[in-house]
Design a protein around this ligand. Sequence first.
Ligand code: UD1
Length: 440
Amino acid sequence: MIESEMSMNKIVIHGGRPLTGNVTVSGAKNSIVALMPASILADEPVVLEGIPEISDVYSLINILQIMGAKIYFAKGVLTIDPRGVKSIPIPSGKINSLRASYYFMGALLGKFGKAEVGLPGGCNLGPRPIDLHIKGFEALGASVSDDKGVMYLRIRATNLVASRIFMDMVSVGATINIMLAAVKAKGTTVIENAAREPEIIDVATLLNNMGAKVYGAGTNEIRIEGVSKLHGTRHSIIPDRIEAGTYLAIAAAVGEGVTVENVLYEHLESYISKLEEMGVQMTIREDSITVHSNQNLKKVNVKTYPYPGFATDLQQPITPLLLKSCGQGELIDTIYECRIGHVPELKRMGANIRVKDNRIIMDSTSELVGAEVVASDLRAGASLVIAALIAKGVTTIYNVEFILRGYDRIIEKLTNLGADIALVDTESSCKEKAKIEEGR
Ligand code: UD1
C-alpha cells in the first residue's frame, strides 16, 4: 500500500535571491482530487495522465485501495482499476486528511446507490458546510442521514432519478458531486447556477470520455443525461491554474526573467489582469508566460469571486507581492472570509498588514525579514513561501505538510529557479514548532 507522506517537516528559506529560468506547472490538484473518485464510476480501468506528486493524491490512492481498487502509479501516470471497488464505509480519519475526498459521496452514490462517508476535513478556512451537496443528493431521490456522535453521512437511494437542481450558492464541490451522482441517474438532470471552474470542465470531459452525457460544463447550466454504463478511458489532466498563479506571483516578486510553462492564460484572466494593473511586465504566449524583472509595482485592491473572478485560492499567494508594492491596498475574500491565517505570520515577518472587518488592509510597503512562521493551511503556506523568498534573512516555515498537499515538487522547482530553499525532515522540527506555539 502506498502511504501518504505526511510528516512534521519544515522548510528553510534564505530570502532575497533573484530567481531566473523556467518552471513547469503540474496537473491541477483541484481536478485530480475529483477525477480519482470519478474514475470508480467506470466498469473498466481508467488511466489518468499528468498526475502531480502531492500528498492529496497519495491520500486518495490510500482510500481507493481500501475500497478495493487496484492502483498503478508511475511517472505521473495513474491507472485506477475500479473492478473490485465496494461501497464500504470510508473511515473519517482518511476523509479528514483532505476535504476533497467528499467526492466519494457522489461517486459511490452514482455507482452503488449508497455511500457512507466520514464528514470532510481539509484546510482550516472556517466553517465549510456541505448543505448544497446534500440538497443535490436528496433532489436525486437519495435519503441522507448522519449517525449521531459519529462523523458519518449515510446516503442511500433505491433509484436515482434525474432532477432540476438550483444551487443557492455557486459551489465547485457541490456541482461536481451532483454531476457524479447524476451521471447514471434515470433521465436528464439539470444543475442551475452551477460553478464554472475549469476543473468542472475537466471532470465532465473525463466522464464523457467514459461514455457519460454531460453538457454545458463551464457554463452556469449543466445538463446530465443519465447512462446505464461507463467504460474505461485515458485522460490528461489540465494544468494547475493556482500553482501557475503562485509561480507568477513569485516571478513578479523576486524574478529577473522567469518563464512559467504549461499555463493556460484563459484560466487565469482575472489574475493576470490584476498583475497587469500592478504594472507587472509579462510576455504571454499560448502555453507559457514570461515575467520580466519588475520594480516599483503598484498596490491594487483585490476581491475574490467564483470563476472567472479572482480565485480565492490566489488571495493568499498574491498578498506578499502586494506587501512589496507601493501605496495602499486591500483584499476582500467573498468566498472564505476566514482565509486570513497568513496575516499574523506575515506580521511576524515585519509586514504592515491588518484585518479590519472582512478586509485585509496593507497601508504601505513592507520590508519583510526572515522569521519562524507556521502555515495554517495550503495557500497560507504558499503565501509564506513567497514572503520568505522576498524577505531578508532566514525564514523557517512549519506545518509544511499543508504545502505538500497541493504543490508538486515545490522545493525542486524553486531550487531550479535559483532559490535557497530546503525541506528539513527532523523529529526535532516538531519540538521546535511546539516551542514557537507555546511562545505565542
Ligand atoms: C473548492 C476548491 C477550493 C476553493 C473553493 C472555492 C477543490 C478541491 N477545492 O472548494 O480550493 O477555494 O472551491 O473556489 O476544488 N458552500 C456552502 N454550502 C455548500 C458548499 C459550499 O455554503 O454545501 C459555500 C462555502 O462555504 C464557500 C462557497 O460556498 O463560501 C464556495 O465553496 P465551494 O465552491 O463549495 O468550495 P469547495 O468545493 O469546498
